[in-house]
Ligand binder design. Sequence first.
Ligand code: PBG
Length: 312
Amino acid sequence: MSSNLRDMVRETDLSVKDLIYPMFVNENLRAPKPIGSMPGVKAYPVGKAAAEAKSAEALGIPAVLLFGIPKRKDERGSEAWNEKGVVQRAIREIKKETDLTVIADLCLCEYTDHGHCGVLHGEVVDNDSTIELYGLTAIAQAEAGADIIAPSGMMDGQVGLIREALDDAGFESVPIMSYSAKYASAFYGPFRDAAESTPRFGDRRTHQMDPGNLREAMREMAADIDEGADILMVKPALPYLDVIREARLAFDLPIAAYNVSGEYAMVKAAAANGWLDHDRAMMESLLSIRRAGADMIITYFAKEAAAKLGEM
Ligand code: PBG
């Protein structure tokens, strides 16, 4: 088949416009710091975040997803809703310097000294007092200029409460991208190094989903739609392509897929050993996630994939 014809009959396209670039902003840094388990990914000091975001924008990437690592962590994660907190400052700078869509990840695990996603009662995360704090954080992020709020803590009722908090504060038009189908996954390992968010004890299995469950994911997504979610997310992506597919068939909302840190690290490690062709494995991964039905892909490959798409 000629390559013209191959292009004409191709069912799925990957475009730079589908990509969201995740960034770590760390208040403890003075210079960008490479993340060992994620070759090519760095954490940035607040003052350098806008320049990095700008470089993504220059490649045609439309959006960034921000994670913050604060200088001060405490029991409740109070830096998360500080108006001068790390992510709030980064959002302001990026909005000033670029036209990017800025998505704010909303969780407390990077902000609590124990590394859990919310307030502890004994050794368990207390759902209801935690989501109150998510509401405060969402407002602080929106006030700083975030275009989309992305709650990732998987607490019950978080989307409804955040929607109400945003509406009451006058941010009716700020959409929510909900990490609706988030599995308790081994593939988050490298991220927890980057975000310094490994729980001091225990794990997240009480609120993240069992990898064996698909119907439960569908229930979680339906509940998030009822609570007012605007975009649904499935995470991780590659081990859960069937979940993306089912969500695409069942729901009309846009679907985001998170090609997580471990999926990225696997390709990097194998390529570094000469066991995989890096660029082909990267592009095939992203295309497969699109084929499964995702409208947008959060991926640490965003800049490399954008550069590659620019050559094609
Ligand atoms: C929680 C959060 C996690 C990731 C994104 N948001 C980690 C977790 O649930 O432990 C993982 C992303 C990745 O692995 O790339 N704030």
